[in-house]
Design a binder for this molecule. Structure first.
Ligand SMILES: [Cu+2]
Length: 182
């Protein structure tokens, strides 16, 4: 009687330990490691995009591993200080001078087109990622960026394009291969 009683308690003990292990295992399976995350700031200007990493360093394109939870902070250049804003305009003129974009017009003509777009109140742009359901419109003059988070679930090389009419150079506002998921 004494022996079977202690065997009973041993069995209970074993059951409790096994139960705890099964429970622990199930918890481990139910809570996979969180996905990697990455945040980038994208400045949209007349007529291009500038990308910055989490340290504020400008980078030529966004590169992430598949499955990364990507946060984009999108801001229109018009919302930045006049100096910075004008600096982006100079980039556009320089891009023309390097013959990398904006064919058919001279540097001063490009400069005039930028001023015309602003005079017409065409201050906003969008950041659309081809192949993804991502299209973020800037908020003119708002110093707070528009924030969007999505999962980079499709591998490949995608373009960042403006999908909101922003004047003459809108047609050229694209960063080919600007979003790469490996
Ligand atoms: Cu545009």
């Amino acid at each position: 009687m004494q022996e079977s009683k202690s065997r009973f308690w041993i069995l209970i003990g074993v059951a409790v330990v096994v139960g705890a292990l099964v429970g622990f295992g199930a918890t481990m399976l139910a809570t996979p490691a969180p996905p990697p995350t990455a945040t980038f700031t994208v400045v949209a200007y007349h007529w291009g995009f500038a990308i910055y990493d989490e340290d504020g360093v400008e980078i030529p394109k966004i590169e992430v591993a598949r499955g990364t939870e990507v946060t984009l902070l999108v801001i229109g250049a018009e919302a930045l200080s006049t100096d910075i804003h004008e600096e982006f305009g100079h980039r556009t003129v320089e891009a023309w001078e390097n013959k990398t974009a904006f064919g058919g017009k001279t540097g001063p003509e490009i400069h005039d087109e930028i001023e015309d777009a602003e005079d017409q109140g065409l201050m906003d742009h969008s950041v659309r990622i081809s192949g993804y359901d991502v299209d973020i419109k800037t908020k003119a003059m708002s110093p707070s960026p528009v924030k969007v988070t999505f999962t980079a679930d499709t591998a490949g090389t995608f373009d960042i394009i403006c999908n909101f009419f922003c004047g003459w150079g809108h047609q050229y506002m694209a960063l080919t291969g600007g979003f790469v998921v490996s």
